[in-house]
Ligand binder design. Structure first.
Ligand code: NAD
Length: 262
């Protein structure tokens, strides 16, 4: 199937590694021009790697999504390089693990900046440009915890629900203006973030990360964690014109881990 992504333009945030980088790679493979952003300098290397693998135009902008001035600069510089945005992939690092009683209000404030406000600020900076052109597609990466909270991830469990509320509201508001807005909600997909979470679980349970991975995959009907390549293809499809009538949707990408019927 042709996803219709050739020569489309995309900004993918938090893309120096993991899920963001995988999304950027797949969009580039499908012929899109892509700008990646992340905090660390490694985003420059990620852009070079994706360009070398695909031949697509790929640029990188460094910046911290928890800082309002950085978000405005990221969007401004991305727009200078791309000319316009067809696609916006909203992604950020995950908030730290922890149970409610282990955390303090300042942990919540930091997580609000990372998970909720980064999305809000990116939307304020980028969406007016899409609205002016009367077209565009937005995909926010959140988590399957919006369906079923995970132990010791209370910051993620709570704040991702707020982003889903934002996505659904934006879908109502911007659908009539020609802009599709969806979320993709990954379950266990092997990245550095997952390695950190496995270590955290092992430390709490007095086991080791491999034992925790086995325990998790036993609960996934497909019997394994997802790969970043599979995730990249799912995002590219959801963001693309091939998914033109999918709107306001929270796509669960989890190998069947969430058992709820809907
Ligand atoms: P990761 O830790 O492997 O990569 C995170 C990326 O975000 C990196 O490129 C990092 O540089 C960037 N980043 C972090 N903080 C940033 C900031 N303040 N400003 C700019 N860039 C920043 O994580 P991942 O596994 O790729 O996950 C991406 C998102 O998806 C996270 O929010 C994570 O919680 C969520 N998620 C992941 C999984 C999974 O199984 N991998 C499952 C559910 C949800």
């Amino acid at each position: 199937m042709d996803l219709g992504l050739k020569d489309k333009t995309a900004l993918v945030t938090a893309a120096s590694r993991g899920l963001g980088k995988a999304a950027a790679l797949e969009l580039a493979r499908e012929g899109a021009r892509v700008v990646l952003c992340a905090r660390s300098e490694s985003v420059l290397t990620a852009a070079e790697e994706i360009h070398a693998a695909t031949g697509a135009g790929v640029d990188a902008v460094q910046g911290d999504l928890t800082k309002a001035e950085d978000v405005d600069r990221i969007v401004h510089q991305a727009l200078e390089r791309l000319g316009h945005f067809d696609i916006l992939i909203l992604n950020a690092g995950g908030p730290p693990p922890g149970a409610f009683l282990d955390l303090r209000p300042q942990d919540w404030e930091a997580a609000v900046q990372l998970t909720l406000m980064s999305t809000v600020r990116l939307c304020y900076a980028a969406l007016p440009h899409m609205v002016a052109r009367g077209q565009g597609s937005v995909v926010a990466t959140q988590s399957f915890t919006v369906k079923q909270p995970l132990d010791n991830l209370v910051l993620s469990n709570a704040l991702r629900m707020a982003v889903i509320g934002l996505v659904k509201s934006l879908a109502n508001e911007l659908g009539p203006k020609g802009i599709r807005v969806n979320s993709i909600n990954p379950g266990w997909t092997r990245t550095e973030r997952v390695e950190q979470l496995l270590s955290d679980r092992a430390a709490r349970a007095g086991t080791d990360p491999a034992a925790e991975a086995t325990r998790i995959t036993r609960e996934i009907p497909l019997g394994r964690m997802g790969t970043i390549e599979e995730y990249g293809r799912a995002v590219a499809w959801l963001a693309s014109p091939a998914a033109a009538f999918i709107h306001g949707h929270a796509l669960i990408f989890d190998g069947g881990a969430v058992r709820a019927a809907l």
